[in-house]
Write a protein that binds this ligand. Sequence first.
Ligand code: HGY
Ligand code: MN
Ligand code: MN
Ligand code: MN
Length: 415
Amino acid sequence: MTRSQNLAPEGDWVQEGWTHLSGLVDTDLPGWSRVGFSEQDVAGRDWVAQQMRQAGLTTRVDAVGNVIGMLEGTNPSAPAIVVGSHSDTVPGGGRFDGIVGVLGAIEVARTLRRAGIRPTHSLMVVDFANEEGNPQGVKLVGSRAAAGTLSATELAAADSEGTTLADLITGAGHQPDAVAGCRWKADDLAAYVELHIEQGPVMEEQGAEIGVVTRVCGISTFVLDIEGRRDHAGTTSMTKRSDPLCCAADGILAVQRIAAAGGDSVGTVGELTSASPLTNVIPETARLTGEFRSPELAGLKQLQAEFDAEAKVADSRHRTRSTVTWGHTDAPAIMDEQLSALAVRAASAAGHEAFRLYSGATHDSVEMSALAPSTMIFVPSRDGRSHCPEEWTDLADVERGIEVLTRTVLEADAA
Ligand code: HGY
Ligand code: MN
Ligand code: MN
Ligand code: MN
């Protein structure tokens, strides 16, 4: 490979693919919704598999729905270089989060073919299943299955209607009982590189065209279950009631206060539910779901301890009994410095100065980094908006990112 070799992606193909996937959305939901394991998600992933085959890859779909395409290298016994992302979206999401990385990964294979390059290492292109998570509270489903960290307890986790994650996966035509077979061996993998939109404002503010990620946030999710006492709303004085919703209100503000005090940390509440929707009943129970994120594991643990303590304070204030249940903790994932240096060099070969940055959004790279040296290439997001219909990245930025992804793969292949 030389710096001058044309490794630019075919912009028209990227644009057409993006337009096609943008049409495979649930029109009953706002924004651009292709929710994991939905009918539209299944259709999108079938299309992705078809595109992989047209790009010359051999495809398979594993037991949780990961779509995997292989291009055999000249040394099939060398560990594979993995590129990919996810094509599911949050409900009410946008058209770029994950999708850019999946289209980009396929375009790497197409570009290598156009350029007549057969890599030494096999190239593995992946569209991970349900990165965005589900009402059952499990994120990064496909990459966790591949990393062997998706537990039976999580597959049995149910939403408020009793549907388990295993039911969801089965409903999309897969076999969650066979999750053990999804696991990849670290020895088989040389590197993982994921192209993604930044989803935040930093690159735009800095005028950066290409980002290379240093680390990805850690996440800790929780459920706060609050028990109060069901009583008559008209006859129970304000000093005698035990109202779980008031405790929950304190919990919400505690999330905000604790996260704001923690430097780079953030905290968000997802859903607040109560045992009664009526204004003339003090409900007996309430439930709050939320998450904290931090670049440091110690920071995450500190946030957990502080929230546990705040829940006790709220209980004593409102005469309630709360239980905080912490879900799976994703430790912050540090991107591999050597591989990141190759991505920086690849950016330079494509004519861009790479900007190093932290990711406050989580990614499949978190799970992959436990299996192989991993890094991420970012392209800017307009106004830093993401997980909303306004999410936007110019095609020119996407194309730049894909070229840098292709060049990073070739650098890693030669390393
Ligand atoms: O939740 C996240 O950060 C990601 O976008 N899935
Ligand atoms: Mn994403
Ligand atoms: Mn996302
Ligand atoms: Mn991702």
